[in-house]
Ligand binder design. Structure first.
Ligand code: FE2
Length: 244
């Protein structure tokens, strides 16, 4: 059936009070926003649209983005000095599931979490990491909650894999723009049925450039049921406390 009343993220009102749990706005630490002024501009835009909180989740990835807590926190403090607005900000990270992460776990190094013990983890899009599920459960077993970033982008996963992870307490984070096709048709289709089937707990933007996302925020592509489903995810985002 046609839905003549499709809404954009902005016209649906979903930006009001929105906590973004996944973005690359912390400047100059990964492949996201590079300049301090661009980061401040992105934060001002979020505030203008009604958002309430932003969790910075820079990549931590072996051989590519070797970010330490000290380095990230230094940038975080510098950004907080530059940004004069009202958004509440928190420092987290997006860990690639790789040998670096395994090593951190073996060494009992604390992982960077924007909220409590909730750690954001991603994998490559096309190949599952070695011992994927086993490693995820290991992170859980040492006391972390796992938010798996953009599972709709993992082409290697089947329906049963998603269910298995959910049953073991892994929480899924939808990349909002997957619904609009930013990551291709396959991710779009997966995101659509996963949202419909209630597989997600959280939603983030995974914003790397404001310019790209700003256009997507205006696309009128959300059906009313999707708006309702997203509102529930946003409520979950908003219930996450900042800090321990
Ligand atoms: Fe990301």
């Amino acid at each position: 059936m046609f839905d003549f009343f499709k809404k954009s993220f902005i016209s649906s009102g979903l930006f009001e009070g929105f906590t973004d749990v996944h973005c690359h706005m912390l400047p100059g630490v990964d492949d996201g926003i590079q300049k301090m002024e661009s980061a401040v501009r992105a934060l001002n835009y979020y505030e203008e649209k009604g958002a309430s909180r932003v969790f910075f989740t820079p990549h931590i990835m072996e051989s590519l983005h070797e970010n330490t807590y000290e380095k990230l926190n230094e940038r975080f403090e510098a950004l907080k000095k530059e940004y004069k607005g009202c958004l509440k900000l928190a420092l987290g990270a997006e860990y690639m599931m790789d040998e670096g992460l395994s090593r951190k776990i073996d060494n009992k190094e604390p992982l960077i979490c924007a909220s409590g013990n909730m750690v954001l983890i991603e994998t490559l899009a096309h190949h599952p990491p070695l011992n994927f599920t086993q490693n995820l459960f290991e992170v859980r077993s040492i006391g972390y909650d796992v938010m798996l970033a953009h599972p709709e982008r993992y082409a290697y996963m089947e329906k049963d894999n998603y269910k298995e992870l959910l049953n073991k307490g892994i929480k899924f984070q939808l990349n909002l723009m997957s619904l609009f096709g930013l990551y291709g048709k396959d991710a779009q289709e997966r995101a659509t049925w996963m949202l419909k089937d209630g597989l997600y707990t959280f939603v983030g933007t995974d914003l790397h450039r404001l310019k790209v996302h700003r256009d997507f925020f205006h696309i009128k592509g959300l059906k009313s049921k999707q708006v309702d489903a997203l509102a529930k995810l946003i409520e979950n985002n908003n219930n996450l406390k900042i800090g321990k």
